[in-house]
Design a protein around this ligand. Sequence first.
Ligand code: PMP
Length: 774
Amino acid sequence: MIVESAPDRWAELAGEILASEYRLEAELVPLPGENRNFLVSTADGERSVLKIATEESAIGALELEHAVLEHVAGSGLDIAIPRTITTVSGEAVVRWPMSDGSARLARLSRVVDGVSWCDSARAGPELLRELGRMLALLDVELARLSHPAAERTHPWDLSAASRHRPSVARVPDPGCRRDLECAFHLWAACAAPRLPDLPSSIIHGDANDENLMVANDHIVGLLDFGDCLLNPTVSDLAIALVYAMLELDDPLEAGALVVGAYDDVRPLETAELDVLFPLICGRLAASVAVAAERRHEDPDRSEWFVTEERAWRLLRALVGFEPAEARAVLAASTGAAVERDAGAAPRELLEKRKVHIGSSLSIAYAEPLKMVRGEGQYLHASSGRPYLDLVNNVCHVGHCHPRVVEAGQRQMARLNTNTRYLYDGLTEYAERLTATLPEPLRVCFFVNSGSEANELALRLARTHTGRRDVVVLEGAYHGHTGNLIAISPYKFEGRGGTGVPEPWVHVAPMPDGYRGRHRGTDRTTGEAYGEEVGRVISEAAAPTGAFITESLLSCAGQIVPPEGFLETAFRYVRDAGGLCIVDEVQVGFGRPGACFWGFELQNVVPDVVVMGKPIGNGHPLSAVVTTADVARSFDNGMEFFSTFGGNPVSCAIGLAVLDVVEEEGLQANALRIGGRLLAGLRQLEADHPLIGDVRGTGLFIGVELVRNRNTLEPAAEQAAEIVERMKGRGMLLSTDGPLHNVLKIKPPMVITAADVDMVVRSLGDELSALEALT
Ligand code: PMP
């Protein structure tokens, strides 16, 4: 906390310190910048800079700065730096007690001659190369130094740039907000995950255009080592590049000169080149975000905004480049191989697909995306652009989770066989999986897809009850086989469908408290929908063998059935002698946040639970878990066998998924981050008439768009438009529900607060834009 903020009080303090500790009588001029710095001019023409720090805790930082300066000075590096002038008693740092018991710290250093880079003539190629060389030499030197105070962070720590993301909201212009969001997103998805594995060292951390001193077309000095800290070494280069590229017509071409010269001295690793452009964008984003925050605090402090306009111009230019292209340009004159997507261009793939792949297979987006890599909650397209995956619940613990990948690879290299042999994985996995379920759900069958699992669940129920008839919910989807299409109104009532295809299928109303026949979210509504299931059972010509439902309705439009629904429905089913099958293919494994399985929200225990999608994090694995009683009925002499189901590789992967969910606390993350997202979306609902309903639990969320909140006229076109617009911002959404007007959100469970905050801000801006059009 700065107690005395009046500049003259600081000048007075500076004068006292100079007189008492340095025996200097001098003229003091406050210097622009973030620190309390004064230019000190004595009568004999000597000039120096006095820096005063406000907090006792800054002692570590000042000691670090001093150590770095001494190290650089002793290294033989041909560059002037601000050498420390010691006090008359030989101290490098003054500790100055204040009357209130606190202390100030001060350090005096020699002025470095020259003109700052920003005040010198426009940088030519030679100077750019010199910058690269100088910085690499400095980084090589600094890599030899270690200091306990270097393990710190501060507002300009590029490895923690996301701390400034909330300030996006302070930017008034929606176009600027979009560019800024894009820059932060690139940093978060393409740089942040890689940083811990990069070479790290103490860096200068602020080789900006005010700190670089130029004379006679050469770099002669480097100022301000106050931002030194331990960081990925390449951060130093990224930061310098930002300022070197400001106001240049071809910023990347110019940047490439710096990078090439840097690489000649300190060869860059491929991974460092991969993060360079995202780091540049991150630094620019931090710079303009800080300016936006400060403008909010004090719009009149012009010294805070020296770089702002130029930084915005560069940021705007850079986010316009495809990141893969930017990487290639920046790395053009380095020794490292340029990693480009070697496969076909997206359009070419699309043409081939038209020939060889059935056209009933849909493809997302007007301009389809070619994905080349997945990591965590992000997919990376061939353009190098990252996409936040908001819809894929299959890559539950994150795309290509290293632990899951490793488990599969290890087992694949050791043994893969089938369930006719004994091996540890099968029973170990069955034990672990059933431990997540209530009694008496203890017997597993493993197959390879949600459809296979639902087929098997139907067979189990039919064998056990000796009955064929099935009750399903409107809007439901349970799989792509013949039997399952017959119990999937989402398909047979949808495009290309021809209504209820089989006499043994009976459809009960969807428990949709927003637009269904009973409205509300309370228990009475839930029970009313349960009664509907009872009615359908009693009206069917044949006795019911099974009732199948998702615990949370996905394709039906991301619906959370009101409390009491399954309790009531199950009572009717069981009273009629049927079995209750719960399809957890979409929502299980902790996604509901409050519980591991969706059915637990409804206070029921099913007879059969069907699992798929997230169970193998993308590996084709699914399971049916039932009671010993039902399993016994199924053992009627006919062997059950699935060639791949439950093989050792699948079991190893399934186990790894359970481990990760548990060890990374992903169910708790779903509750926390899902809650944050729901709260943000509900705030949007208050401001945007297009939103009719926001619903969900954990990381299972739906946003229903309507043209009119009274008539509930669906806004399907707008929903589709939002999906396209969000894609343009690097976020993957899709629509669902029989009216195609629900935005579905069910991301990998590793999604972060920063991600969902971006989603809410971006969705808000796009809704405003759409609303302005109508
Ligand atoms: N059940 C539900 C609820 C589903 O959403 C799906 C797939 N979307 C399935 C079953 C079928 O799973 P799969 O595609 O793995 O056969």
